[in-house]
Design a protein around this ligand. Sequence first.
Ligand code: Q0N
Length: 286
Amino acid sequence: MPEAVHVGSGKVRELYALDEERLLLVASDRISVFDVVLPTEIPDKGRVLTGLSGYWFSRTEAVCPNHLIGIRDDGRSTECRRLTMLPIECVVRGYLSGSGWKDYRETGEVCGHRLPEGLSESDKLDAPIFTPATKAQTGHDQNITREQAAELIGADRLDAVESISLELYATAAGYAAERGIIIADTKFELGLDDDGQLVLADEAFTPDSSRFWPAAEYEPGGPQPSFDKQFVRDYAESLGWDKTDPGPELPDDVVAGTRVRYLEAFEQINGIPFAEYAAEPGTVLR
Ligand code: Q0N
């Protein structure tokens, strides 16, 4: 790609500059578990996540404009508007899981939201909560309070970010629920365009950025199996791996099983066969 200059790396995505106004976000087939990128790739994972993000960008356009200009024919590369990113991660939780559950157990609060006593792991919250975090280059993002978030982006901006975040979550969670998937929580990034308007960027409502739970198997009172990564987690743990880099190579059956789970997530949410997307990525945007 001689026309593009590499400007950033995430664990599983790369960002290139196309020109002053446009970036290219490329989703690889890399997979991370327990925050470690494994040496084995999951074929089509990057295309699945790009197609899901594109689908959600179209579905949420009325709530918040997004950075998407177009998806390239490879199905994994998104041309997008270059924004000024806000220095926080926007997290919305509809259910009590992960660091939210951990913080609640230790303090009764999540990011300054005092929750009712006696909640169990994976319980549905009375109402979704906005729980911002700071961006970590490696490892876990750090949950922060509303006050800390206000120091980073300003109190008025934070009000707007919180209400848009809650609306985005409600919109996506509503669509997913119709298709038998619980979006337990989600993390996304907002940026500002040249007019100072908030714009949804990066990836949105993918299994990498959200907890997807099959609604049919939802059982609060403990952790829920991951829609996509459970085979990989189970396999990695069965080896007695200490969850530090480097992670294990994956055997073919774990790769194949995990690939199928990603394709199922794609098809269950989009309602179109993955092959149709692969042939014409633009289909998810309509
Ligand atoms: C941007 N990140 C964080 C890929 C994921 N539209 C944009 N405009 C300006 N900056 C960004 C975007 C987007 N999306 C987002 N960093 C820059 C996540 N990245 C890190 C690198 O790999």
